[in-house]
Design a protein around this ligand. Structure first.
Ligand code: MSP
Length: 677
């Protein structure tokens, strides 16, 4: 019987549209799933969306929609994007689906019946952004994970006896060393668990957008317990249908939960403890990858520095993005995204690398051998260069398999592309085009050997790279006359399988070269996104630190709405002024913006939220001196992008003629969030 392989992505929050950070995880899982299928495993690949909780409820409110309408829309965007990218997920689960809700409640019941849930009162802090109970910080204190202000919660809750699982968890990590990967994350988790675990609140009662606690519907189940359960509900846990029960028996435990590093604790501490409490087997492995950074910081909606996947698909296609992310970023570590690096890699490795090797080799076979794979000459008359290629191909097959097995995508691709470079050099050294002009037997035989060797190496790289760049490799495979690459049994890949006389398919280029305008086109497409109007072209022209207030013009909408002549020329009415929401904020973090001498990126606490603001005050203020300082913010300014960073508000400063800006401030202390009027 075939081995099974069950792989999952995190289910994505629907408070934001998908960006390439989400695509990164999904692409890595898709590459693993495709490879497992080629290896013959009965593979099941799950992804989906996480749709309950206070954060989503508030995002829906802010969008003026009901939570259901809102989650329907955003979840559909994720689903459509994965379909457009050719992601081969076998299922897509939404936590608002009936099947999940019922089965999730079943899991809750089981943990409760096993005696691991009790009722108590939680008084403490909660971070809505991370949907995280925050212990050991006082009212108003920032969340230790994201720095946003926490909210004080006092509610009657259901608690999970997490403290009872401390020793069992440590035993699990020791007995199953691959349970948490990479090693650094494993060490972090172990020291966190060793430091002591407190019982965990697992219900909320002050809002209703969630799954009701069975038999006590005033409470909704804590969104992380709800979300983690998707990994078992999707494959049939808790269902009374026979088929679903069989699927659960077949696929659980998961072979791999792939996650980003920020959600390690939920997956490596809470999830295994919930499973233990329910008496269910543990997943085999949890792999945490690093963050995709854009202009030095984590790509995320709240920072406003996201890059949409669609832009890259429109200009370069899905294979280019897949190859770039898996080749450029060392899996497990953080890595930067930039359009320049993307296009550079695309041209170097895909257009000039694999694409060029394919079109050169196949075109010559078409021209000199009427499109049929030629005979290599007998081993005895082969040259050292020919067998060197065969030898290095054998090594590449072995090394690549090991590296893919360890999820070292970047190294695996580097090794495979080493073969591309070796064959390129082999072709240049042997000048098959010169031999092609000659008709004598020896030249024909030499030419046959060179082209067979090149085509066979091309076939091997194509098979190895298929999980990463499925579209282009399918086409090269068909051009080699080999049919459907997905049916090729990868574990049997070895040198010499290319059959002599194989008739090539239609030869056409797979990776057209991208010119410089590709970068500009992608940048423009991103800048023109709603909510992210650009000022990137002139980043220092109008940063969000403004000069003396009186220079501010009334908003056009206000002046248009006002009957002419109500106030004298050049003056504004008190109503106009009231439209400007000035508030006291406190700088929580400040740093220089790379490549912009005048700009600082600030995180400013407004009492109700922490805002990112980009301000042109770097020449006057060292970032470290600003932290803790109270400033005046124009809080209702439309967001704008500066150097790819979203600025949500403006800091008020005086700008003396020819001098440096000076921040407005207060002599007496004023509470954060206070309005100026
Ligand atoms: N809903 C939770 C997960 C519940 S799983 C039971 C969640 N959602 S999320 O949408 O905020 O992020 C989920 C995942 O998206 C991250 O763990 C990571 O895999 C991926 N990424 C989102 N932004 C990313 C980057 N900038 N870089 C790399 N991965 C990113 O947390």
């Amino acid at each position: 019987m075939n081995k099974k392989f069950y792989i999952t992505t995190p289910i994505y929050y629907v408070n934001a549209r998908p960006h390439i950070g989400h695509a990164y995880t999904t692409i890595a899982c898709d590459a693993i799933a495709r490879r497992q299928r080629m290896l013959g495993a009965d593979t099941y690949f799950l992804t989906g969306t996480d749709e309950h909780g206070q954060k989503i409820e508030r995002a829906a409110q802010a969008a003026g929609k009901t939570p259901q309408q809102f989650t329907d829309e955003v979840s559909a965007q994720f689903r459509a994007l994965w379909a457009r990218m050719g992601i081969t997920n076998d299922d897509f689960i939404r936590t608002t689906e009936e099947r999940h809700i019922k089965r999730m409640q079943e899991l809750f019941r089981r943990i409760r019946d096993n005696g691991h849930i009790y009722k108590g009162t939680y008084t403490g802090q909660y971070c809505v952004f991370d949907e995280l109970y925050v212990d050991a910080v006082g009212p108003g204190a920032p969340c230790p994970e994201c720095g946003r202000p926490t909210e004080t919660v006092k509610e009657e809750n259901y608690f999970f006896r997490l403290s009872a699982f401390q020793d069992k968890l440590l035993q699990l990590y020791t007995e199953q060393p691959d349970f948490i990967r990479p090693e650094t994350r494993r060490n972090e988790v172990m020291s966190f668990v060793r430091s002591g675990l407190r019982d965990q609140s697992i219900s909320r009662s002050t809002f209703s957008w969630g799954i009701p606690v069975p038999d006590d519907p005033k409470h909704v189940i804590y969104v992380w317990l709800d979300a983690l359960a998707n990994y078992i509900t999707a494959i049939g846990y808790g269902s009374s249908h026979k088929g679903a029960q069989e699927a659960f028996r077949k696929y659980w435990p998961a072979d791999l939960h792939m996650i980003g590093k920020e959600i390690v604790r939920f997956h490596c501490v809470y999830w295994p403890a919930f499973l233990m409490a329910a008496g269910l087997p543990q997943p085999k492995s949890i792999m945490a990858h690093g963050w995709l950074l854009f202009e030095e910081s984590k790509m995320s909606k709240s920072r406003g520095n996201i890059v949409r996947t669609e832009t890259i698909l429109d200009v370069l296609g899905a294979d280019a993005l897949r190859y770039f992310l898996l080749r450029e970023v060392v899996f497990g570590q953080d890595g930067s995204f930039s359009f320049d690096a993307l296009v550079q890699r695309y041209n170097a490795d895909l257009a000039n690398g694999l694409g060029n090797l394919a079109s050169r080799t196949l075109t010559m076979i078409a021209r000199y051998f009427r499109g049929e794979v030629p005979y290599p000459s007998a081993a005895i008359s082969q040259k050292a260069g020919d067998s060197a290629i065969a030898e290095s191909a054998r090594k590449v097959i072995a090394e690549c398999s090991t590296l893919f097995e360890q999820y070292q995508f970047s190294r695996a691709l580097e090794v495979a592309w080493g073969l591309v470079a070796a064959v390129d050099k082999y072709i240049v050294d042997n000048e098959p085009w010169a031999l092609g002009e000659k008709q004598d037997e020896e030249s024909r035989s030499r030419l046959g050997t060179i082209l067979y060797t090149s085509a066979e190496a091309l076939r091997i790289v194509t098979a190895l790279a298929h999980p990463v760049i499925p579209d282009a490799t399918s086409r090269i495979w068909a051009q080699l006359g080999l049919g459907d690459i997905r049916k090729f049994p990868l574990s049997e890949l070895k040198w010499g399988q290319l059959q002599l006389g194989t008739k090539l398919g239609n030869v056409e280029p797979v990776f057209p070269r991208a010119d410089k305008s590709a970068i500009e086109r992608m940048q423009k497409m991103e800048e023109q996104q709603p909510g992210g109007p650009t000022t990137e072209a002139q980043p220092d022209a109008a940063p969000h630190a403004m000069a003396t207030l009186p220079e501010a013009k009334p908003a056009p909408a206000a002046s248009a709405a006002k009957p002419a002549g109500t106030v004298p020329d050049g003056k504004i009415s008190i109503d106009d002024f009231a439209r400007v929401e000035l508030r006291v904020g406190e700088v929580k973090a400040a740093e220089k913006v790379k490549g912009a001498d005048k700009l600082l990126r600030l995180e400013v606490d407004l009492g109700t939220e922490v805002r990112q603001i980009v301000a042109g005050i770097a020449e006057s203020y060292a970032p470290e001196l600003l932290v803790g300082r109270k400033v005046v913010i124009v809080a209702n300014l439309a967001p704008r992008k500066l150097r790819g960073l979203e600025s949500n508000g403006m800091i008020v400063a005086a700008s003396p003629d020819g001098g440096k800006p000076v921040l407005a401030g207060f002599l007496e202390d004023v509470p954060v969030g206070t309005r100026l009027k």
